[in-house]
Ligand binder design. Structure first.
Ligand SMILES: [Fe+2]
Length: 381
């Protein structure tokens, strides 16, 4: 643990039922002309985009919608969005949706002000100043992109997903409203919930963890343990939805400040090449990675086991068993056996996985050989 810890958050993080109703007044404080960044169809189906537009219009904000964000936003989409924000003289940017639209909105707000191409910032160029003000509204409970300062961007030519972060990239206003998650179908609830769980556990075990991040992360583990099964089983279970939204938000506050670990290194190349949704990939790799990390994090894993199950435990491998049981209850296979990843891809997946910054804070140092062994184990299922 560093001697002095630093802790950063969005300027304002609104949490609770009906938080989205504040969009108008909060938006009007950021400017008169907004660019609303959303996915291609989900937001239209749920009516969330219409609701946000209506609230902003009532508050006198002019809204232009950019609804071209694909799942795993490409660098071309970011450039196009930034160009639109500049050309249409937008004062601020709103990200509405799951991780992809919110990540895209952050990168668009940044690139509307910064020079060059978004991919320059994956190759050492530094985002040295704030972008357009950003408001992020989450409609899932997992990514916590509304809380963090990270954007994952697809480098389409290299088929690489790369996380970019800057201390300037926290939202001015983050909105986490459980009501917006009520329309999530069970499979998306499971995937995003497993992402939240992975954030919470990786943050808790991270070498960058500090007392504030540990408190938030462990609470997030217990919220996911207590609520994810119920949220998947019954989408209208308001207590479970609230627990998952809160768990996701707290995990985001933790990992934005602590960093993550090997799961988040390895999921990006797997997602980019095999199209497995991020949260599913996280959940399926988590047992193998925790098994690898066990010798370096025994006490912390015993605490994870207690938080996740609500039962007494002093056995670190109970945490691995509890995660496997959760996956089973959710109908998610542990491991990546069914992806039919050719054996000759494993070395390059391991190599690409280690490039990610997330691996630097993994509790146990990881060599390329270790990463390959973890992937092999996950491949056996
Ligand atoms: Fe994640």
């Amino acid at each position: 643990m560093p001697e002095v810890s630093e802790f950063r958050l969005p300027e304002v993080a609104l949490f609770g039922w009906g938080a989205v109703e504040r969009v108008g007044e909060r938006g009007a404080a950021l400017g008169k002309r907004a660019l609303l960044v959303t996915g291609r169809s989900a937001m239209k189906r749920s009516g969330a985009a219409d609701r946000v537009r209506a609230l902003l219009a009532q508050a006198g904000v002019d809204v232009l919608t950019f609804d071209q964000v694909e799942s795993d936003p490409s660098s071309a989409t970011i450039q196009k969005g930034a160009e639109t924000a500049r050309r249409e003289q937008r004062d601020f940017v709103i990200g509405l949706g799951g991780g992809s639209p919110m990540d895209a909105a952050r990168a668009i707000a940044a690139m509307a002000v910064l020079d060059g191409h978004i991919l320059d910032y994956t190759r050492g160029k530094t985002a040295d100043r704030p972008g357009l003000p950003l408001m992020s509204i989450a409609t899932t409970s997992g990514t916590a992109s509304e809380i963090t300062n990270v954007s994952v961007v697809l480098d389409e030519s290299r088929k690489l997903k790369i996380g970019i972060r800057s201390p300037h990239w926290f939202a001015r206003v983050a909105i986490t409203d459980p009501e917006l998650t009520l329309t999530m179908p069970p499979r998306l609830t499971a995937a995003t919930g497993l992402d939240a769980l992975t954030h919470a556990i990786e943050s808790y075990l991270s070498t960058g963890a500090t007392p504030p991040t540990e408190a938030l992360a462990l609470k997030a583990v217990s919220l996911v343990g207590a609520n994810l099964r119920a949220a998947v089983a019954e989408s209208s279970d308001r207590d479970a939805r609230e627990g998952m939204s809160l768990g996701s938000m707290l995990a985001g506050m933790a990992f934005a400040n602590s960093g993550l670990g090997l799961v988040h290194g390895l999921v990006h190349p797997i997602g980019a090449r095999f199209g497995l949704p991020h949260g599913m990939a996280c959940g399926r790799l988590l047992p193998a990675v925790l098994g690898f990390n066990l010798p370096a994090a025994e006490q912390k894993l015993a605490a994870v086991a207690r938080a996740l199950t609500g039962e007494e435990s002093d056995q670190p491998d109970d945490a691995v068993a509890a995660v496997e049981e959760l996956l089973q209850d959710l109908g998610v296979p542990a491991g990546i056996a069914d992806l039919e990843i050719p054996a000759d891809q494993m070395p390059s997946l391991a190599r690409d996985g280690l490039v990610a910054g997330a691996v630097r804070t993994n509790p146990r140092p990881v060599t390329e050989e270790d990463a390959r062994a973890v992937l092999e184990q996950a491949r056996k299922g």
